[in-house]
Write a protein that binds this ligand. Structure first.
Ligand SMILES: C[S@@+](CC[C@H](N)C(=O)[O-])C[C@H]1O[C@@H](n2cnc3c(N)ncnc32)[C@H](O)[C@@H]1O
Length: 608
């Protein structure tokens, strides 16, 4: 095979064959092939929502340009100076010698900064390669796009007689790298024999391959030695799966001995997207455009009572609260205890006061009696600790008393945490879970707040007690980008998602008041979880009607039906006239978003 075919990025997404057949029926072969291709690429921009209660778009643009430019300048200095010896010296001294760099100020002051001004407003600001644009959709000028680039062709320096040094990473790791992350140690699966610190390596990804009994497997054991020749495991399968080039931060031995840290610092990426994680916390939130549109489609009004049924990590909840100017009541629920902590952390960071987060199973969201909330009891720190680790039912308090269950660092040693001590309700915790929880404990309840582990459990809410309900349902997530494998879903599993979503929707219908609104959304391209849910809703509840959405920038929904299981099951989608009332975000469209679906229902008199 020609080397240039091998050392590039041209993945072909693998699907379960029946699922592929079904999607081809839904979209047509050519369109589905475009969707499939688009899913393997990240969007070429990052989307940021500004917390307009704490900052402004202009202030965020200013700060981000400064940070991004500095990062670029630093990494270009790294690129020039980071040879093997420098890297070893860096590892030894454990800090970078860049503190005297003051190039950023020069760039800011020397007039190379550009601003595109429209109607007196900055709509695009640029410094050299960094461009930040304000969203032009009316009322969404607090949404910013930070432009990335790609796919780039990378010169890996391969020659017939000299194979390149290589590192193979896991699929999840590669998907994160394509979004702008570095390669971290746990993501490394295999590498060439003689990797030293500071080596330039080609990074490729091991993607699941079809195995026996219709099962998929990666087939590369961690620690495998690569020769750079066709005798390497899955050599041919990795053709076209090269995601960039980087510099190793550890030797081969270190890579498989260490448990954390950066393994490869990416210097040449197929997709170059600025990494914005943990920047300007509280002032901004990284969020996909369709998710922001979902909050607008709900059209929450100040003073209303809103329920976000599957809310974690709180992206849409906080977007809703900000649209309401933090006035009213937003109740955010999620079934997972730890994820409710994530919501609370985000709410604290964003300094929002109208949101209350509860642990609640959305399938049991209606309370039988009036008393609707129970609180997690505090029983001292050990108990609290086990609560933080345990997703099982923790709330048995019958009296509704609120007791803070705050954890302080001094109350826990890492040994106590790592030892597990059987305090996790008998549930096995992997090392990764434990590390995650240690991080969670360290990070606590937001920047300036004490570390809090209090989670209230709700018993549910009274029927018709909300003005608006958002059901951003758990789904097959087949719209998420970038993805390098989609074979895990079968027709049966897709249908299970649909069933689960319908049950949640039944609860939403009961909770919203007559005259209220339900918004249903998913991040999947599967019509069985989108249009089929709308059909179910409209056919089951005659008092529901599809409502127009504002803004509406997504495409139309799918009209018609699809036969499954050799015609034994007919899945009904939209009827003519309904398609323009939903929003379907097609990853292959020019909007370049994730695959997403939004339907908005108006709730009429329920006794009809
Ligand atoms: C698509 S995510 C929600 C994303 C969130 N709305 C946001 O924008 O940040 C779906 C969430 O549903 C939660 N979930 C799954 N099953 C649930 C259930 N039975 N009850 C409540 N939440 C559930 C998951 O824990 C997950 O956090």
């Amino acid at each position: 095979m020609d080397c240039s075919e091998r050392y590039n990025y041209n993945p072909k997404l693998k699907w379960n064959s029946k699922v592929e057949e079904y999607f081809i029926k839904a979209y047509g072969a050519e369109h589905f092939s475009r969707i499939s291709k688009a899913l393997t690429h990240p969007s070429c921009y990052s989307c940021i929502r500004v917390n307009t209660l704490k900052s402004t778009s202009d202030a965020v643009i200013e700060k981000l340009l400064a940070i991004l430019q500095e990062t670029r300048l630093r990494s270009s200095v790294d690129g020039i100076t980071l040879n093997r010896d420098d890297a070893i010296a860096e590892e030894n001294s454990n800090h970078k010698q860049l503190s005297s760099w003051n190039g950023l100020d020069e760039v800011l002051d020397n007039g190379s900064r550009m601003g595109l001004i429209k109607n007196g407003d900055v709509v695009e600001a640029k410094i050299e390669n960094t461009s930040i644009t304000k969203c032009q959709i009316p009322a969404l000028d607090y949404v910013l796009f930070v432009k990335g680039s790609g796919p780039h062709t990378i010169e890996y320096g391969h020659a017939d007689d000299q194979p390149v040094k290589e590192v193979i990473v896991s699929r999840k790791c590669a998907e994160a790298v394509l979004r702008g992350a570095q390669v971290f140690v746990p993501g490394v699966l295999a590498c060439s024999a003689h990797i030293e610190i500071g080596d330039t390596v080609a990074v490729s990804v091991a993607v699941e391959q079809p195995g026996s009994e219709n099962k998929w497997s990666v087939g590369i054991t961690r620690g495998t030695v690569l020769q750079g020749s066709p005798t390497d495991p899955y050599y041919h399968e990795r053709s076209g799966l090269y995601i960039g080039q980087g510099i190793t931060k550890l030797s081969r031995t270190g890579l498989f001995r260490a448990s954390e840290g950066v393994a490869v610092e990416m210097t040449n990426r197929v997709f170059d997207l600025p990494s914005l994680h943990s920047l300007l916390e509280g002032d901004i939130f990284l969020q996909n455009l369709p998710s922001i549109i979902t909050a607008h489609a709900l059209d929450p009004q100040q003073g209303e009572r809103i329920l976000d049924m599957c809310a974690a990590p709180g992206g849409k909840t906080t977007a809703i609260a900000i649209i309401m100017r933090d006035k009213g009541e937003v109740i955010a629920t999620d079934r997972s205890h730890n994820k409710v902590l994530d919501i609370k952390k985000l709410v604290t960071e964003m300094d929002l006061h109208c949101i209350t987060a509860f642990k609640l199973d959305a399938l049991k969201a209606i309370c039988k009696s009036n008393g609707s909330i129970e609180f997690a009891p505090g029983h001292g720190n050990k108990e609290t600790f086990s609560q933080t680790f345990d997703n099982s039912d923790i709330c048995k308090s019958p009296d509704g008393n609120v007791e803070a269950t705050t954890i302080s660092h001094s109350d826990l040693t890492s040994e106590e945490i790592a030892g597990n001590n059987g305090e996790n309700g008998g549930k096995y915790l992997s090392k990764a879970d434990i590390r995650k929880n240690i991080r969670r404990l360290r990070n606590g309840g937001g920047r300036n707040h004490s570390i809090g582990g209090r989670v209230e459990k709700s018993k549910g809410f009274s029927p018709s007690s909300f003005d608006r309900v958002l059901l951003d349902a758990p789904c097959s997530a087949l719209g998420l980008r970038p993805r390098l494998f989609s074979g895990e879903e079968s027709i049966e599993s897709l249908r299970k998602h649909g069933k689960y979503q319908r049950k949640m929707f039944d609860q939403a219908v009961q909770l919203v008041r007559p005259g209220g609104v339900i918004v249903y959304s998913t991040c999947t391209i599967n019509p069985g979880e989108n249009e089929a849910l709308v059909r179910y809703a409209l056919d089951t509840y005659k008092f529901l009607s599809l409502a127009p959405q504002n803004p509406r920038i997504g495409g139309p929904g799918l009209v018609g039906h699809c036969e499954l299981f050799d015609g034994e099951v007919v899945e009904e989608w939209l009827r003519p006239g309904e398609e323009e009332l939903v929003q379907r975000f097609d990853p292959s469209s020019s909007l370049d978003t994730m695959g997403f679906f939004i339907a908005k229902f108006h709730v009429g008199q329920k006794d009809l």
